[in-house]
Design a protein around this ligand. Structure first.
Ligand code: HEM
Length: 185
């Protein structure tokens, strides 16, 4: 009887527990329900989706732009003292990702590794179809890098977003903004 209960439990685990703990696939495509949290900026031209899994956060950006895209965390004023992830997605095979820190209100922002910090993107993928770009990445909620901000799993958190006019990452954003977001919604 005990064996039968064990077998039933194993089958349940395979079909129910395992799939739900691997809901996110970092593949540059976003399926319905893949991320449980989302918000949008710039009248929907820049969507941010996210999901927490253990000590990690998974984030996705869907934006309408021919250019680079970026999401940043907890700036003080404009861009100052902010942790940001900048992605240049030409197509699914040609993606450049930078884990950066902006020291001043209008930059400069430089890769954390150039300041003695660490590059903390754990996995990423993206795709582009015309001017619609998708970018997904994961990182630890708290990387312990002094050039990263810890991401809370609940409560309000200041997010910044931006996208460029082209794939030249030194070109100033076409649009950018900040918003206070409820992280657990
Ligand atoms: C690529 C080089 C960049 C340059 C030269 C630049 C420059 C500037 C400047 C001059 C401003 C002042 C407002 C304005 O003139 O629009 C600004 C604001 C801002 N930037 Fe950047 N920036 C750059 C990249 C980024 C990146 C990667 C992000 C990441 C999210 C970002 C986020 C912001 C935000 C959120 C604001 C404030 C917008 C607002 O509150 O209206 N910037 N930037």
């Amino acid at each position: 009887m005990k064996l039968r209960a064990y077998v039933i439990f194993c089958m349940f685990s395979l079909f129910v527990i395992v799939p739900s703990s691997f809901a996110i696939t970092i593949d540059g495509a976003i399926s319905s329900g893949e991320y449980s949290k989302q918000t949008e900026f710039d009248k929907g031209n820049f969507k941010l989706l996210w999901e927490f899994e253990g000590e990690k956060v998974f984030m996705a950006i869907i934006a309408k732009t021919p250019g680079w895209i970026s999401v940043g965390f907890n700036p003080s004023s404009f861009m100052s003292n902010s942790d940001l992830i900048l992605a240049v997605v030409k197509d699914s095979q040609d993606i450049k990702v930078y884990d950066e820190w902006s020291s001043g209100m209008f930059g400069p922002h430089a890769p954390d590794i150039e300041k003695g910090g660490t590059s903390d993107v754990l996995s990423y993928a993206g795709s582009r179809s015309g001017d619609t770009v998708i970018f997904e990445f994961s990182r630890l909620l708290d990387t312990k890098d002094k050039y990263d901000k810890a991401i809370p799993t609940s409560g309000k958190f200041k997010i910044m977003w931006a996208y460029g006019p082209s794939l030249d990452m030194t070109a100033k954003h076409k649009k950018a903004g900040t918003a206070t977001v409820e992280m657990a919604k």
